[in-house]
Unconditional design. Structure first.
Ligand code: SF4
Length: 453
């Protein structure tokens, strides 16, 4: 397996000064090109597609705060083996930047470690700041370690391994199956590192287990229920189950957790599940177990790219059937509670993706129009080209790099999502906390930040 250090867009041949100057000029250009998109969302998208680096002093500063839990994928731009400062154990889960020259409103962003990023967390005058070279971009707030992160279960497992939280403590993320049965070249999604991340985390000593026992999930949730009022929702998720897991189908496996949680804590949190687009009878098992929001992720809209990038989903279900089942779920959960995800940016991945950002946005906007005109609001996460994903490993094996999609694509997509959502008069997607710039908690893309309130 290649060592896989992803360097963003030829940064090796640039001096740090040029790199920072170019990045600041890019931000300015995007702000001029998209005056209707908040500058906070532009910077947030760039941080998500580029990552952040931390020097030793900044990492020491972060030690008192909530660190990355690796709740499902790596969401980093280098493998753990290339993190010379032990960032996998020390970097924060999320930052909230504000202030600076732009007087940014508080904006919450997931941290993607990249020691080669032009963006850096630095300590100045005893405070953590976000910088791009010499330019100070604003103050950084970190989330203190919640009390439940300091607790252990009777088995000795830390609560934060069984039930970590993201979105500033709003969402309990229950990856109860840490692998995916879409496996190998012919099946796994090309942008996904779930199985490789499992291996690297276990090798690095994190107490990952393939399946989380339901009793431990309940014990962890009881500690969260006692100690946290910030947590408002939980997501049950993990890899796809194409055959059986512990003698259960995918719907039976995930629904069993939901049923236990809802029996023990009825209505305490908004229950969500990320699963395949399953036949209607299977979907009903989630609803009957108490799940309120269903995420049957379609990943990418374009038909040709879906077949290339999602070979397992293509062969087991097929794109047309996947979409039909998403629409069928409206009658089971209610249209606003069917929220399929796509991975924004993979439609520009090499070698098969679009090369023109405008064409990529137009393709994805076609999908948004198709879903939203039928009452379903997809949401998206910003693609992080993870070094252990097939898309990146294959490029590296060919001696090339797999950089992220251009910022112009990401900001154009934000505009397309916001305009389409507004045109169809759709409600704010439930289960994400407050919308609007300065308020949004969703940290892996800015779709909630661009909703006007
Ligand atoms: S279905 Fe695709 S994206 Fe989801 S875990 Fe499996 S390989 Fe990854």
């Amino acid at each position: 397996m290649p060592g896989g250090t992803l360097r963003i867009m030829n940064t090796q041949s640039q001096s740090p000064t040029d790199l920072h100057r170019e990045r600041l000029a890019l931000l300015e250009r995007m702000e001029q090109q998209f005056p209707e998109i908040p500058p906070e969302a532009i910077l947030k998208e760039d941080l998500l597609r580029t990552g952040i680096r931390f020097d030793e002093e900044a990492l020491r500063f972060c030690a008192e705060f909530k660190t990355k839990s690796y709740f499902i994928f790596s969401f980093d731009m280098v493998p753990i083996s290339d993190m010379e400062q032990g960032e996998n154990l020390r970097a924060p889960e999320e930052i909230r930047f504000s202030g600076g020259d732009h007087r940014y409103r508080p904006t919450t962003v997931s941290v993607r470690v990249n020691p080669h990023s032009p963006y850096q967390g630095v300590v100045r005058d005893g405070r953590l700041r976000l910088a791009c070279g010499e330019r100070d971009l604003g103050e950084v707030e970190l989330l203190p370690v919640p009390e439940y992160y300091r607790r252990q279960l009777e088995s000795g497992q830390p609560v934060h391994e069984v039930a970590p939280t993201i979105e500033w403590g709003y969402l309990v993320y229950l990856t109860v199956y840490r692998k995916c049965q879409y496996f190998g070249f012919n099946e796994e999604c090309r942008f996904c590192d779930i199985n490789e991340n499992y291996r690297q985390q276990v090798k690095a000593g994190r107490p990952y287990r393939t399946v989380k026992p339901v009793e431990e999930v309940l014990e962890a949730l009881s500690i969260i229920a006692e100690t946290s009022s910030a947590a408002k929702a939980y997501t049950l998720t993990g890899g796809s189950i194409t055959r059986q897991l512990k003698g259960q189908t995918e719907a039976d496996f995930y629904a069993a957790y939901a049923r236990e949680i809802e029996d023990r804590f009825p209505g305490r949190w908004i229950g969500k599940v990320v699963a395949q687009a399953l036949p209607e009878d299977e979907q009903k098992k989630f609803r009957d177990a108490g799940i309120r929001i269903y995420h049957p992720n379609y990943e990418v809209w374009d038909e040709r790219l879906f077949e290339i990038l999602c070979p397992g989903k293509t062969s087991y279900v097929g794109r047309a059937e996947w979409h039909r089942r998403i629409l069928a779920a409206r009658d089971i959960f209610g249209p606003e509670n069917v929220i399929p995800n796509f991975v924004a940016g993979i439609e520009m991945s090499r070698p098969h993706g679009f090369t023109d950002p405008a064409e990529a946005v137009a393709s994805t906007a076609e999908g948004l129009e198709w879903f939203m005109s039928q009452g379903v609001s997809p949401r998206f996460t910003v693609w992080c080209p993870e070094p252990l994903s097939p898309l990146v490993m294959e490029r590296e094996a060919a001696g090339e790099t797999q950089g992220p999609a251009p910022l112009e694509y990401h900001v154009g997509l934000l505009r397309a999502w916001r305009d389409t959502h507004r045109r169809h008069g759709l409600p704010v997607p439930p289960g994400y906390g407050p919308p609007g710039v300065g308020n949004a908690l969703f940290s892996v893309s800015s779709f909630m930040d661009v909703i006007e309130v």
